[in-house]
Design a binder for this molecule. Structure first.
Ligand SMILES: Cc1ncc(COP(=O)(O)O)c(C=O)c1O
Length: 390
């Protein structure tokens, strides 16, 4: 039908065809593929919580009590106490008046942006924002101005020159998912204030990781502005569960309940996921050791990779890109590493811009020093073989 085959052939020819790896078993740090145990350096389970017994048992209890699925959207068959508890906890965690759960981060972003903005509004979006933000901008039908990555000067001049719009929104990843750098949030909030805009911060990768008690990037910078700041976060990364939320003012949440189509017209996430997220918040708030281990693993990895001559770009965090430029080198490196027992994916366009292919390495709190040393050794061998380092 159509010319799908042809398009797939073209993808294969340019090294952009993707396949889902079949996996026999997985922990936070290891993965088994075809009976072979590999060191996993490619997950977003940054604190290793997805397999934590506290999360697993709370999820099992919730499934026994509430069932495996939610059965309908919350506006159709009502909420469940776990959702209400989790929303209160998330609002406290993010220090906002209220929070609203969404079934995924993707849906949170497209629901939020398309509910808040429409024709006659303007959205200013960082060039490296996640695909769900890009799609939310498109779906909103607002005028979208994509500013070069983290370039607040250019953003300022665009805001100054922008014509008359009903609403202005600046939207940014907090911790960029493919680059590991942190957005200049204090300056973005200043610009939002000066130009009467809202600031949406997608803290998918900072939640649980950055700031006091893992409250995220906004807390990391000590920012507060209940009228302008809207925080989106996910439960499926450092919090080890599944789902997402938007945190902000009470009026924003009431508005989203009525206007965000990805909240209204979709089945609520399974109650077990909410129970697991509640358990994760207990651990994240109480156990600073988890974050300390992640931090020290991150520092170790950055230092080692730089000393071997790799280029981790502007990363300051647990997400460490190893820039290869071409897709073919990224693919060759990933295959070489797989041979050496390390699972690390090649990230290619359209996930990243053309000529910005890379390996996306992530460290977790549960990686041991030996795990990290093994990964560095394997990367160095592969890097030399494929001309990435001398
Ligand atoms: C920055 C960012 N926002 C949103 C999402 C989407 O979240 P989810 O996986 O819950 O759909 C992701 C990753 O998946 C992400 O990296």
């Amino acid at each position: 039908m159509f010319d799908l085959d042809e398009e797939l052939r073209a993808l294969k020819k340019s090294g952009l065809f993707r396949r889902i790896p079949a996996v026999d078993a997985r922990s936070a740090t290891h993965i088994r593929i075809n009976g072979r145990e590999l060191l996993l350096m490619a997950s977003n389970d940054y604190l290793g919580l997805s397999h934590h017994p506290h999360l697993v048992s709370r999820a099992a209890q919730a499934a026994a009590q509430w069932g495996a699925g939610s059965g309908a959207a919350r506006l159709v068959s009502g909420s469940c106490a776990l959702f209400d508890d989790l929303e209160k906890r998330l609002a406290d965690f993010k220090q906002t008046q209220a929070a609203l759960l969404f079934s995924t981060g993707y849906m949170a972003n497209i629901g939020l942006l398309s509910a808040l903005a429409g024709p006659g509004d303007a959205i200013f979006s960082d060039a490296l924002n996640h695909a769900s933000i890009v799609d939310g901008c498109r779906l909103s039908r607002a005028k979208v101005s994509v500013y070069p990555h983290a370039d607040t000067r250019l953003l300022e001049s665009r805001l100054r020159r922008a014509g008359r719009f009903r609403r202005r929104i600046i939207v940014t990843d907090a911790l960029f998912s493919m680059d590991g750098d942190i957005a200049p949030l204090p300056r973005l909030l200043e610009l939002a204030r000066t130009h009467d805009a809202a600031l949406i911060v997608d803290d998918a990768h900072g939640t649980g990781v950055l700031g006091p008690q893992g409250r995220g990037a906004v807390a990391h910078f000590g920012l507060e502005d209940p009228d302008r700041l809207i925080i989106m976060g996910t439960l499926g990364k450092a919090l080890g569960s599944f789902g997402a939320f938007v945190a902000g003012s009470r009026v924003l949440v009431d508005y989203l309940v009525n206007r965000a189509r990805t909240f209204v017209f979709t089945t609520a996430l399974p109650p077990a996921d909410a129970a697991a997220a509640l358990a994760a918040l207990d651990l994240v708030e109480q156990d600073a050791g988890l974050r300390e281990r992640l931090r020290s693993n991150t520092v170790f990895m950055h230092r080692e990779l730089r000393s071997r001559g790799f280029d981790p770009g502007g990363s300051q965090t647990q997400i460490i890109p190893i820039m290869t430029g071409t897709t073919s080198i990224a693919l060759a490196m990933a295959a070489d590493l797989m041979e050496q027992g390390i699972f690390l994916r090649a990230i290619r366009p359209p996930t990243v811009p053309t000529n910005a292919a890379r390996l996306r390495l992530t460290v977790t709190a549960l990686h041991t020093r030996q795990d990290l040393e093994r990964a560095v050794e394997a990367l160095s061998k592969a890097g030399r073989r494929h001309g990435l380092i001398a």
